[in-house]
Ligand binder design. Structure first.
Ligand code: AHR
Length: 317
């Protein structure tokens, strides 16, 4: 009897030891993430969402801020490859020029997940999945709202995002597709404000001083930050933003809702930056060798001034 009890205890201890051993052995997932920078309120919220989610899941996140430079992103990705991370994720600042570094990652056997923005590559097997918004649809939504608001008559100034960036290309495309059906809707000024508030203000100042400046009655900004900068420029030029110039922009950051409540911005099309949880769901599946969809689109809405007051307390970014 005594021997049987000793045997049972020894067996239990062995199982407990091997379970503990397994837990210790279970390697922490190592993920390299190359972020574009901190150019907008949207980006800041996106970074926080990625970092918070990695922490929650006990993932070892190697985070690199590229300060809006593609060369810095390429360097970061190469360093992730050298460190032999399990998965690489990144938000590409521009669409093109990624093939060589993506081939290096593939050769090293490291899967890549695109977050927020897409790339243009001849071989789609160079990345596993792209999670982010449908930017063309966002542009269409801004255009459709504007058609309703203006009855199809508008002299539009456009603040474009970073040249070569997917949201800049696609938001222009979607918007132009809609207004093309209305001959009295014309883009009379268009220039990049690089997705930043400072540049948005600077370019709007130049628009207003230009010979066409007095005819501008609509601003379409590819993000809220540029629209908020432009609002300042309009006020300094003695214009009433939201009244003299109708403003529609994209993102749905808190500042845009505050501007709508103040009557200075008319509409924001939502672009959701809080994709950390979805991103890491995909990353964990990829790391475990599971199948994942090639494209995951985030769900988004459109908000105008009449909804701003009610929605403002709910905004998380
Ligand atoms: O890629 C998403 C875009 O990038 C956001 O609309 C903009 O604010 C950000 O800088």
């Amino acid at each position: 009897m005594r021997n049987r009890i000793i045997g049972l205890l020894a067996g239990t201890a062995l199982i407990a030891a091997s379970v503990a051993g397994y837990a210790e052995d279970k390697k922490k997932l190592v993920v390299g993430f190359s972020q574009i920078g901190a150019e907008s309120g949207w980006r800041t919220a996106n970074t926080a969402s990625v970092k918070d989610e990695a922490k929650k899941r006990g993932i070892d996140l190697k985070f690199a801020d590229a300060q809006q430079k593609q060369e810095n992103q390429i360097k970061a990705i190469r360093s992730f490859i050298a460190q032999k991370v399990d998965v690489i994720a990144f938000s590409p600042v521009v669409e093109t020029g990624w093939e060589p570094v993506l081939k290096e990652a593939k050769k090293a056997g490291i899967p890549v997940v695109l977050s927020d923005r897409a790339v243009e590559v001849s071989d789609e097997s160079l990345y596993k999945c792209f999670i982010g918004s449908d930017f063309v649809e966002e542009g269409r939504r801004a255009g459709k709202w504007l058609v309703e608001k203006t009855g199809g008559k508008a002299q539009i100034a456009e603040l474009v995002g970073t040249p070569g960036a997917a949201p800049a290309i696609d938001r222009k495309k979607g918007f132009e597709e809609v207004i093309a059906k209305y001959p009295d809707m014309k883009i009379i000024k268009s220039q990049s404000g690089d997705f930043t508030r400072a540049k948005g203000k600077e370019v709007m100042e130049a628009f207003l001083k230009s010979p066409e400046g007095k005819n501008i009655n609509v601003l379409y900004a590819h993000n809220d930050d540029m629209a908020l900068g432009a609002i300042q420029a309009m006020e300094e030029a003695g214009k009433k933003p939201g009244t003299d110039i109708i403003i529609v922009s994209i993102d749905g950051v808190k500042g845009a809702f505050e501007a709508m409540v103040a009557g200075k911005l008319n509409c924001t099309v939502e672009c959701n930056p809080l994709i950390g949880p979805q991103l890491f769901d995909l990353i964990e599946k990829v790391a475990a060798g599971k199948e994942i969809p090639k494209r995951v689109v985030s769900e988004e809405g459109v908000f105008d001034q009449s909804q701003a007051q009610k929605e403002l307390p709910n905004r998380k970014y």
